[in-house]
Design a protein. Structure first.
Lengths: 312, 440
């Protein structure tokens, strides 16, 4: 009998202890939830905790926060939050409430996905297309859009060079306005490239001197995938150029590009619209001259300008 | 003795019958029965080769237009499959030569640019499938340019003209108007005089678009012998014919007051459009259409004039293209050839407007008249087209090289002053004589 009472007492004790621990656990979850759902902002004294540390880690991964992760919400974290909010079009107040939390979750999910995808893009013809009207840079693989990034393009007074180019230079940490990465283009009439920025708020606008600006985090993702010679097309309205001289193989410049563009419009294949009068352009001119029964000199003379309706 | 004689006669009859049977069998393999019918229970596969030239802006629809044309044939014959191959123009003749050598040419061959109609014994004389009434309805130049060795080998589709364009306000012609010339034709003598009289300081009587191959071909067509060889490879041009060609250029380039004709005129189109030049040419169909529209846009009222004739018979430069039918070494039967011939006829009737649309050719067939001013006017020139083939002998892909490798270099040597007329004449005659397959 005594033995039975003892067993009963032990059982009661065990059950009580279990129930207590369940309650304790439930209470902890509730407590943590409360803590995580707090609005993070700049306060005096500064807010601190795991949630702030998590925020800093996410912002850092997304490329908005470049300082040490301290778990303390100071002015640097505030600036990073504001920059992020501007990027995702959330009210840029510097406070991390439910909307910003949701945007952070979405961004980090996409970022992880993109990182995973871009880390090992599928095989195929890799090239970049920059749309100056939409202000986007799209990675094409076998002519299919693979990933699109926002970018800034040239101002009205310093337009981005429309045409077909190639990457001829790659370097890191030019610093300043060029951000963390630089990829130079073979534009014959100036130095243009794709680069990062120290003015992320300019992304999505016409702000540059003709270069293509990207967020540092984006250009850093793109950089390892781009090889020397990667083709880059900048598409948009071509400026109308008058051609005042005859052109021949070896010449470069806007006038050559105008001829290449007009040749393409007329259905001939001058190669890349890159302002370089090379073999392909010469061949296209000869084909056009033969098509119209003219002497096949391969030179752009006034007859060709007439047939292409290029003003002089 | 009588018995021996009988046995001998019997042997002769047996051997004779056997040989006759063998001959009939052999002939059956190579003869063609145009009366054969397409068997609706039999499946046929026809291979069609179509040349695809450089066609700015329209290459896609050129292909689809022809595919649509083929589809209208196959829609009537569900048992006939047509495999259409579009072959880049530059490779077309070489590929045909290779296929003929291998004994397996396509059933239908169409070169949208060339006038060559005869390619040797594997070709089906298309005339077998042309009724007398239809043949009689063809204009003599069409009939002549679709024929070789006295047989019709092609179904004519379209003509290509080479013309001059005149600005009547600038051209001075004696006794006739430029409009009258357009329909009457003219001689080189009239041409020289008109150019001479139209010359003014800063306003040339003539500007040439080209002094190379096009002007040479225009001149030789005007002699009535547009090709140096006939279809058997026999040389048609005599030494005096070549001297005559050289003389036409000599007279042309000696006209007083003209800028040098043997230098590339890099602004000849503007000179005409701005009303400075009285005459421009030679113009191929593409440039004719462009210049015609452009001249009208600038307020000119141009007139198309045929290439002048070197003879009293008024030949001008108009070459025809035709659809050709082939058989293979392993003959696929009379009904197969009949199906191919029917398809050739269908294509022959439908390709003219397609060539007109994409290559500014003049479609052959009255139902297409009038077809725009430039082509419509040039259509009247068909009657002046040479009643002689624009061809180059029986070996495709090889024989035509003589234009690029022999005739043109000698011509350019002559017109640029590196050779005298005498050197050009004798060297060209000797070269062509050596190239001829059959000696005259």
């Amino acid at each position: 009998m005594r033995r039975k009472v003892l067993i009963l007492l032990v059982a009661i004790l065990l059950l009580t202890a279990n129930a207590y621990s369940i309650n304790e656990a439930a209470g902890a979850i509730k407590c943590n939830c409360d803590e995580r759902s707090r609005v993070l902002k700049l306060t005096s004294p500064y807010m601190s905790g795991d949630d702030v540390e998590d925020l800093q880690l996410i912002l850092r991964k997304l490329g908005f926060f470049n300082a040490d992760v301290t778990g303390v919400f100071g002015p640097v974290t505030l600036a990073a939050v504001k920059e992020f909010q501007q990027w995702v079009n959330v009210d840029s107040v510097g406070e991390v409430g439910p909307k910003t939390q949701a945007a952070l979750t979405t961004a980090i999910t996409e970022h992880s996905l993109v990182s995973a995808l871009l880390a090992a893009p599928p095989d195929g013809d890799f090239r970049l297309v920059i749309d100056v009207d939409k202000r986007t840079l799209t990675v094409l693989i076998d002519n299919k859009p693979y990933k699109t990034f926002p970018c800034a393009v040239g101002k009205t007074s310093t337009k981005s060079p429309i045409g077909d180019w190639a990457i001829i230079q790659k370097s890191t940490n030019w610093g300043g306005g060029f951000g963390t990465r630089w990829m130079g283009l073979n534009v014959p009439w100036g130095i243009f490239g794709i680069h990062g920025t120290n003015k992320p708020s300019s992304i999505g606008t016409t702000a540059s001197g003709g270069c293509i600006r990207m967020f540092n985090r984006d250009v850093e993702q793109l950089y390892p995938l781009v090889k020397m010679g990667t083709r880059v097309s900048i598409v948009g309205p071509y400026p109308k150029i008058k051609v005042n001289q005859q052109l021949s193989k070896g010449q470069t410049g806007h006038e050559v590009q105008q001829v290449q563009l007009s040749l393409r419009d007329a259905g001939f294949s001058p190669g890349f619209t890159d302002g370089r009068f090379g073999n392909d352009t010469e061949q296209a001119i000869k084909q056009m001259q033969e098509f119209y029964g003219l002497m096949a000199t391969g030179k752009v003379d006034f007859n060709i300008l007439n047939l292409l309706r290029i003003k002089r | 003795m009588l018995r021996r004689l009988l046995l001998f006669l019997l042997a002769v009859v047996v051997i004779g019958t056997a040989l006759y049977a063998l001959r009939s069998r052999m002939i059956r393999e190579y003869c063609i029965n145009p009366q054969a019918k397409i068997d609706p229970k039999q499946d046929y596969t026809l291979k069609v080769w179509i040349g695809k030239p450089v066609l700015p802006n329209t290459a896609g629809s050129y292909v689809s237009d022809i595919e649509d044309l083929v589809a209208t044939y196959t829609s009537n014959y569900t048992n006939i499959t047509v495999e259409t191959y579009f072959i880049p123009q530059l490779q077309l003749e070489a590929k045909l030569a290779e296929a003929i050598k291998g004994g397996d040419p396509p059933d239908i061959y169409f070169n949208p640019i060339s006038s060559q109609v005869f390619f040797g014994e594997l070709q089906v004389p298309f005339g077998l499938y042309v009724s007398k009434e239809q043949a009689a309805s063809w204009l003599p130049p069409a009939m002549a340019q679709a024929s070789a060795n006295g047989k019709i080998y092609g179904y004519p589709t379209a003509f290509y003209s080479r013309v001059f364009m005149a600005n009547p306000a600038r051209l001075t012609i004696e006794r006739v108007t430029s409009e009258q010339l357009a329909t009457m034709g003219w001689t080189w003598e009239q041409f020289y005089t008109a150019v001479e009289k139209s010359n003014q300081p800063g306003k040339p009587g003539l500007v040439l678009t080209n002094y190379g191959d096009p002007v040479l071909r225009a001149i030789v067509a005007s002699t009535g012998k547009p090709a140096p060889f006939d279809d058997s490879g026999r040389l048609l041009w005599s030494e005096s014919d070549i001297a005559n060609i050289a003389e036409i250029w000599h007279r042309l380039s000696s006209i007083q007051g003209l800028p040098a004709l043997n230098v590339v005129n890099e602004d000849c189109l503007t000179q005409f459009i701005q009303g400075k030049a009285a005459l421009i040419g030679p113009l191929n169909p593409q440039l004719t259409v462009w210049l015609w529209n452009e001249a009208h846009r600038k307020g000119l009222d141009p007139v198309l004039l045929p290439v002048p004739s070197a003879t009293e018979d008024q030949f001008t430069d108009l070459s025809a293209t035709s659809v050709l039918v082939f058989r293979q070494v392993s003959y696929q039967g009379h009904s197969h050839t009949k199906a191919a011939a029917e398809l050739a006829r269908h294509l022959g009737e439908g390709l003219g407007p397609i060539l007109s649309k994409h290559l500014a050719a003049i479609p052959y067939g009255e139902s297409y008249l009038p077809f725009g001013a430039p082509t419509g006017q040039a259509y009247s020139d068909i009657l002046r087209a040479a009643v002689a083939p624009y061809s180059y002998g029986p070996a495709p892909g090889v024989a035509n090289n003589h234009w690029a490798e022999v005739i043109n270099p000698l011509w350019l040597g002559y017109v640029t002053g590196k050779k005298t007329a005498g050197e050009f004449t004798s060297q060209l005659y000797t070269s062509l004589h050596n190239l001829a397959y059959a000696q005259p």
